[in-house]
Design a protein. Structure first.
Length: 201
């Protein structure tokens, strides 16, 4: 977990701070346990469909509720363009260690490659790390970004269970699982941790 404590603390404690949901970045993801997967179809079709589901089914994938916001702004433009540039030949990995291959520094590098244009404020991006069919789960970094500076203000690796019929539904389910975890437990835990840090200053 990496954090810019002051900025993230303000976000946690002020529901009026605007949150822009930026979508799921798949540029560093590795798919494991599915050696025969059609990686070109995954890149050119399914990554966009997975991103669309989260936005279009907002009552199920309730980002605003999970992060205690009255509403959020959705903008998938930036991740859509970056995901188009993925090398499909590198998506499948036979190395189970790739499920934990990313570091906070690598996540910052992913974010730093973006240009958010005139967007300002805090953006939320899920940086997908591994989609592992062998363990029926996916890992991602829940990442908050200062869009003006392209700096990560908070990032935490989380895992969610996969499941459902078809590639899209199977691999969007981990996002649902992660959001449920944040809503039920992790958001309150983040607030408690940040309160403890402030009291120690």
């Amino acid at each position: 977990m990496c954090t810019n404590a002051q900025s993230f603390s303000e976000f946690l404690n002020d529901p009026s701070i605007k949150l822009t949901y930026l979508g799921i970045d798949f540029t560093e993801v590795r798919l494991m346990g599915d050696a025969t997967a059609n990686t070109y179809e995954i890149k050119n079709k399914y990554f966009a469909l997975i991103n669309d589901v989260v936005v279009n089914e907002s009552l199920k994938y309730n980002i605003a509720k999970a992060f205690r916001k009255p509403s959020i702004v959705n903008n998938l433009t930036f991740v859509t363009e970056h995901n188009k540039a993925i090398d499909a030949d590198k998506l499948v990995s036979l190395n189970q260690a790739d499920y934990t291959r990313l570091t906070p520094e690598m996540v910052q590098q992913v974010v730093g490659n973006y240009d958010f244009g005139t967007e300002k404020g805090i953006g939320l991006m899920f940086v997908m790390e591994g989609m592992n069919k062998s363990i029926v789960a996916a890992a991602m970094y829940v990442t908050f970004i200062d869009m003006e500076t392209r700096k990560v203000i908070f990032s935490q690796r989380m895992e969610g269970s996969a499941g459902g019929f078809g590639f899209r539904n199977y691999w969007v389910h981990p996002v649902y699982s992660v959001l449920k975890n944040i809503d039920s437990y992790e958001f309150a835990n983040w607030k408690l941790q940040n309160k403890t840090k402030r009291n120690q200053l």
